[in-house]
Write a protein that binds this ligand. Structure first.
Ligand code: HAM
Length: 426
């Protein structure tokens, strides 16, 4: 017997019972983004490989080890997007969206990284990304953080905390990099293999090391904050003041550096200790040089992306309530005529009550088996159509989730009655 095919490792199906929570989260995010006047942009899932190399950086984990790159039939090197910022910047430059104008944009969709799969870390995962172009002040950094804080409140999410840091300008980082490398060379033999490799390629990432021995060594290392230029410092101080004024709690984490090369000045992560090792739910920062670097007019920019799987896992952990997507009504019918009437009546009810969710029984089946299915569907009511009721243009309405007798309702009165019972608008 041949083995049944499975999904690719690290790539998940989102099953029907999971989708109501996904839809609730997506709808809530969209509503919050709209309340800040953000507009949606949709980019292709595939871009030229060069775009990611140039924007994320050649010596980052993503570009070195994690991209799904392939040659298409023309011999062009293409890549399944590992993130959305690069494609969003590319689209803005290509369509002249940011010439002397600001943009507040968002996008959502699958991203692809060939990482080692584990809980909260997948090879296909969904992000919602937010990017603001053309504003250089710390007020917009603060607005993005207020937006995320509002989103957690709307979703009922707890146990996430905000960490922020400033990376300064690239010149400041270059000076710091030299000092850091000089120090780390003196403790080279005590570093783990990964940090030794990063010492040559991307030493700032060592600050992010999860290895506690490495973290202990960093206690005596020079501090990035001591190398930051005055303007970046002032930017960061204003941001902290704005967050204080808005009541958004945060912690300054001087070792927060982020794994993508395009950042400068503000960086931030919303983290939780509820998801094991993959505790970053949402992350981002400023990337004021990227637009120009990719060929556009110099344009300051800031943004973030949140990982939907992690956010949803956290909401599930906290058993956050979300709207039910089960049918309101399951239409049970006996006999060919009643079945036909059931189909037509369902259509009329949908017409009258656009928010009504009706599951109409199709095919044969005894009353008993239809009621079993109605129950399993989670429907609130069964609408019962038999030959007799049909003659009188009436149907039986039976509550399935609470005690109560079946009552007889005239076809013409059904819409009004269901609207009242289910609190639906006509
Ligand atoms: P990132 O930190 O690489 O940033 O990813 C953002 C979020 O995506 C993470 O915090 C996490 O929640 C989620 N995520 C990343 N990798 C995985 C994975 N393998 N499995 C599940 N979830 C994952 C960016 O992507 C930047 N483009 C964010 C940004 C936008 N910066 C400025 N604008």
């Amino acid at each position: 017997m041949s083995k049944t095919l499975q999904a690719v490792r690290g790539m998940n199906d989102i099953l029907p019972e999971q989708s109501p929570l996904w839809q609730y989260v997506e709808d809530t995010i969209r509503a919050v983004l709209e309340s800040y006047a953000f507009r949606e942009i949709r980019m292709p899932i595939v871009e030229k490989t060069e775009l990611f190399k140039r924007s994320i950086g050649e010596v980052t984990d993503i570009v070195e080890k994690e991209m799904y790159s392939f040659e298409d039939r023309n011999g062009d090197s293409l890549t399944l997007r590992p993130e959305g910022t690069a494609g969003c910047v590319r689209a803005c430059i290509q369509h002249s969206l940011i010439n002397r104008q600001t943009q507040r944009l968002w996008y959502t969709g699958p991203m692809f990284r060939h990482e080692r799969p584990q809980a909260g870390r997948y090879r296909q995962f969904y992000q919602v990304g937010v990017e603001v172009f053309g504003l250089e002040g710390p007020d917009v950094d603060a607005e993005l953080l207020m937006l995320t804080a509002r989103l957690w409140r709307r979703l009922g999410l707890q146990q996430v905390s905000l960490q922020i840091n400033s990376l300064g300008t690239s010149a400041a980082r270059a000076r710091y990099r030299e000092a850091l490398v000089e120090y780390l060379r003196t403790v080279h033999d005590q570093l783990d293999a990964d940090s030794q490799r990063r010492l040559e390629s991307n030493p700032l990432r060592i600050l992010d090391s999860k290895n506690s021995a490495v973290q202990a060594l960093l206690g005596d290392a020079p501090r990035l904050a001591d190398f930051i230029d005055d303007e970046s410092k002032a930017h960061f101080e204003t941001l902290c003041g704005l967050l204080d004024a808005a009541g958004v709690a945060y912690e300054v984490n001087p070792r927060l550096v982020r794994g993508l090369d395009y950042y400068g000045r503000t960086v931030f992560e919303w983290v939780t200790d509820q998801l094991g090792a993959q505790g970053t739910v949402c992350a981002g920062g400023r990337y004021d040089v990227l637009v120009e670097y990719l060929g556009g007019r110099a344009t300051p920019a800031v943004g973030f992306a949140l990982g939907l799987e992690r956010l949803i896992a956290l909401l599930e952990n906290q058993a956050v309530a979300f709207p039910d997507a089960a049918p309101h009504l399951y239409v049970v019918s006996l006999g060919a005529q009643a079945r036909q009437q059931g189909l037509l009546l369902s259509e009329q009810l949908r017409e009258a009550l656009p928010a009504l969710r009706v599951l109409t029984h199709c095919g044969e089946g005894s009353f008993k088996s239809q009621f079993k299915k109605a129950d399993r569907s989670g429907a609130r009511y069964a609408l019962v159509l038999g030959e007799e009721e049909l003659q009188r243009r009436e149907a039986g309405l039976k509550p399935l989730r609470e005690r109560g007798e079946q009552q007889t309702v005239a076809f013409d009165a059904l819409g009004g009655m269901l609207a009242g019972l289910l609190d639906l608008e006509s």
